[in-house]
Design a protein around this ligand. Sequence first.
Ligand SMILES: [Fe+2]
Length: 432
Amino acid sequence: MEKISLWMTNRENSRLLSESLDNTYKVVVAKSFSDVTSVDLIIVDGVTLNSSRRELELLRESKIFLPILLVTSRNDVKMATKELWKIVDDVIIAPVERNELLIRIKNLLKLRYQSERLRREHWVLTDSSPIGIAILTGGKETYRNPRMDRILLGKSFEDVLKGEERERFTVFCKRAENNREPLSNLFRVEVNGSTKWLEMVACQIDVEKEPGIIVMTQDSTESIRTTSELVKTQQKLQEAFVNALNLISSLVERRDPFTYGHQRRVTSLAVKIAESMELKKSDIDTVKYASLVHDLGKVVVPTEILSKPGKLDETEMALIREHAKQGYEMISELKIDLPIAEAVYQHHERLDGSGYPRGLKGEEISIHARIIGVADVVEAMSSHRPYRAALGVRAAIDEIESGSGRIYDREVVRHCKKIIEEGFAFEEEFEI
Ligand SMILES: [Fe+2]
């Protein structure tokens, strides 16, 4: 049963009303303000209205809608001014007819329930929302939910957005004013000396016929920090990976002093060619890492054969040729995302199928292997070998040019020649 509070100065009127309502509602005769705060409806008379106006105004300002019904004599009708309607929800003229009174009360209680339902829906959508919500009308903030207040620690947007970020936010809001589709952007804010990253989504809305925007925000500081930590970890892993490749590279070369530094020198030229050809970063990385370990498979070739002066026989040649496959198998074990193992496998293949170990042709050979193949030949011919003196860079260029488009990739040769003519020189110590 709903509770109705009678807050009236005229005791006789209060008693009469109490009698008429007693069987339908739980009636509380209020003596002070504290008796009217936990009821469903308040009935006041003109005297209480005047003497307790401030308290009634306070009830009006509270979030919960509590209907106030004024019972007054005809002489007081002139009180029904605009000011009066700010406090009371309905006026009934005494003497009060019971049915009329019950209808008025029923309607006011209906309003209370509707208002309560709306308030609950509003609470679910905004007050309890895990996302900060604000409404800006004509550039001024006219509403914010508790979450937005917590994100901004009670500060205004102007307070937390500094310099360039504030300008970006102004432009963002202007664009949102003309957009029904939500726009989103990330803003850096300074709140109480600490930096936060807020992801904001905004679009145009109509607020009581005025154009405005709704801004929704969530604090993305933590996820951005995690992402940047992830990037740092990836960089460290990348460094560790390159160090490991360098180590593997120097281990294999130590077995053969004549080719010490060969893989690193090939890498320096191969990377230049890949960059000159404007390959994408993952391809340049593949060229870099694969050329650094392209002869890894030579660890299974006996040292005597590797450093043997003079010509090798068929068996020895076959053993040396095994290194491409051996390298492929070893690097495959590393389970690297980039096709490094495959590039190592193919670095002695030639366009016309005359290479080894599989005799691949043309497009069957990856661009990485085609680049490493050319850089390998140029480096080998430019350097001293146990079985011959260095032939020089000029001879190396002649060799790749004569095989351009036939055994070597035409574009790779063109870029390689250009790089060397522009002054490229192999360095003994090459930093990867
Ligand atoms: Fe090789």
